[in-house]
Design a protein around this ligand. Structure first.
Ligand SMILES: Cc1ncc(COP(=O)(O)O)c(C=O)c1O
Length: 494
């Protein structure tokens, strides 16, 4: 006798009344409201106290293990106590990324309207992978993407999708470009020596081997050297390789530099190569006339990475990829298994799962839509312009001191510099002094700031994107950096 294809189910059936009664995971609506209001109160209190708080608080693993390590609770506990612990013990042991003096890395400062958009879509449990499961939300994603398209001056046919962030958007761009190039045997990916790490990672995930990357040198302004790129493209073609994608910067993370986009667009057109602009942090500068001038030509790209969670004041995780032809995404990503045959409602109905990595996706466009409904485009543009202006103010305040060296002038909200007291200083001593300045300013709670390396030199870096930051914040931080530098200098010279 043949054995049955599946073993018989042996687990005992639960008693019928146990599966008829409401699950203990359900909460009574009044209790839901009470807990929800408690959470809203906690979040609003935090926002109210933000300016008076420190911009950063850390903690080492040795202290956190005994505090937070615990077995998974088997039985119900007290939700009020859980909220209280989250608010007092867990969440504050972190950077206040939206603090008006948090100038490290690439900060984010979401508006309340955007946060509420996130809460709404989470509460409504939107599944934003298929039109069948979320028609209205999918339509809004199309609408918001079309706003971005207009801002970037991309052609009317352009579209895209929201992603978890810039890294995912860069990965989708690399995969789409490789497929559009016919998935060649010997592909080449061009990036600059200032490209964000996620571009290289995207190439690696997409299967590019180490010898398929060309790191094009940047010029004195940290912009990709277009002549060097042209030479590399020609050499690779002559040697039988296929240029698949040029990844340009629309606001380099280090310095805010923008690559020469019109020249790169011409070059890519000449070489029939996909131009991707990684404008994850800088792209929304197009809302400000100075930013738009710096990013001229961005609309000619085949694809653009944008991170609304950086400079469009959105909560994490709100990234976006815009492409000249959304069919390039569909061709690269669409796989229709039989168990999803019902989602195929025709071309007009966009299934966003067909355009990227995720089947199950959050409805990220709603928060952007909420923020723009509440404050309008102009207020967002003003807030972006504020960051650009404040970075120029920071540069001017720094440059007013003879013992400060500007290493990269203000560009799209970023300025890099170092304290350099008069006299002979070795690079090692300058690094040690500037590290000490940074540690002091951060540890005492004046500001959160980070460092980088520019042409091997240790550089302090301010990235000023927060709509709450003021000129007074910037001036106070600059003056403190200078004062700390002067106080520490004598002990740091070797
Ligand atoms: C230029 C650039 N590209 C990509 C990224 C990665 O974006 P995400 O952190 O949203 O994945 C960043 C992050 O700072 C960035 O500045």
């Amino acid at each position: 006798m043949e054995s049955p294809p599946f073993p018989p189910q042996t687990s005992p059936k639960p008693p019928a009344d146990a599966v008829n009664a409401p699950s203990s995971l359900e909460l009574d609506p009044d209790e839901m409201r009470r807990l929800g209001y408690a959470v809203v109160d906690a979040v609003v209190e935090r926002a109210r106290g933000l300016r008076a708080d420190v911009p950063w608080r850390g903690g080492n693993r040795r202290d956190l293990e005994p505090l937070l390590r615990e077995p998974c609770p088997e039985d119900p506990g007290d939700p009020d106590a859980a909220i209280a612990r989250a608010v007092t013990e867990i969440l504050p042991r972190a950077g206040r990324i939206d603090h008006p003096r948090f100038f490290a890395f690439v900060p984010s400062s979401p508006t309340w309207a955007a946060v509420l958009g996130d809460l709404l879509t989470t509460g409504f449990n939107t599944f934003q992978g298929t039109w069948l499961e979320s028609a209205g939300p999918s339509q809004i994603e199309l609408v918001v993407l079309d706003w971005f398209r207009e801002w970037l001056a991309m052609p009317e046919s352009a579209g895209g999708l929201f992603t978890s962030g810039g890294s995912a958007a860069n990965l989708c761009a690399v995969v789409a470009a490789r497929e559009a190039a016919g998935h060649p045997e010997r592909p080449v990916l061009y990036l600059s020596d200032q490209s964000h790490s996620s571009v290289e990672r995207a190439g690696r995930i997409a299967g590019f081997r180490a010898d398929a990357f060309r790191r094009i040198a940047s010029d004195d302004g940290y912009r990709m050297d277009a002549d060097a790129l042209a030479r590399a493209l020609e050499r690779d073609r002559a040697e039988g390789r296929v240029p698949v994608l040029v990844a340009a910067n629309g606001g380099a993370t280090n310095t805010g530099a923008v690559d020469p986009l019109p020249v790169l667009a011409d070059l890519c057109a000449e070489h029939d190569t996909w131009l991707h602009v990684d404008a994850a942090y800088g792209g929304f500068a197009v809302l400000d006339p100075r930013g738009a001038a710096a990013l001229e030509g961005i609309g000619r790209a085949h694809s653009v990475t944008l991170d609304p969670h950086k400079w469009l004041f959105q909560p994490y995780e709100t990234g976006c990829l815009m492409v000249r032809d959304p069919d390039d995404l569909t061709r690269a990503f669409r796989v229709l298994p039989e168990y999803l045959q019902d989602i195929d409602l025709g071309y007009e109905q966009v299934n966003f799962a067909d355009r990227g990595l995720q089947l199950t996706r959050a409805f990220r466009a709603l928060k952007v839509w909420m923020a723009l409904q509440t404050h309008g485009r102009r207020a967002h543009a003003d807030a972006v312009g504020r960051g650009i202006t404040l970075a120029h103010e920071a540069e001017a305040a720094l440059a007013a001191h003879a013992d400060v060296e500007i290493l990269s002038p203000a560009s799209l909200g970023i300025v890099c510099f170092r304290v350099r007291p008069e006299g002979e200083w070795s690079e090692a001593d300058l690094e040690s002094l500037n590290r000490a300045v940074q540690d002091t300013v951060v540890d005492e709670g004046t500001a959160m700031m980070s460092s980088t390396r520019l042409r091997e030199r240790y550089a302090l870096r301010l990235c000023i994107l927060n709509y709450r930051s003021t000129a007074a914040d910037v001036r106070a931080v600059v003056e403190r950096i200078v004062a700390v530098g002067r106080a520490l200098a004598p002990a740091r010279r070797g």
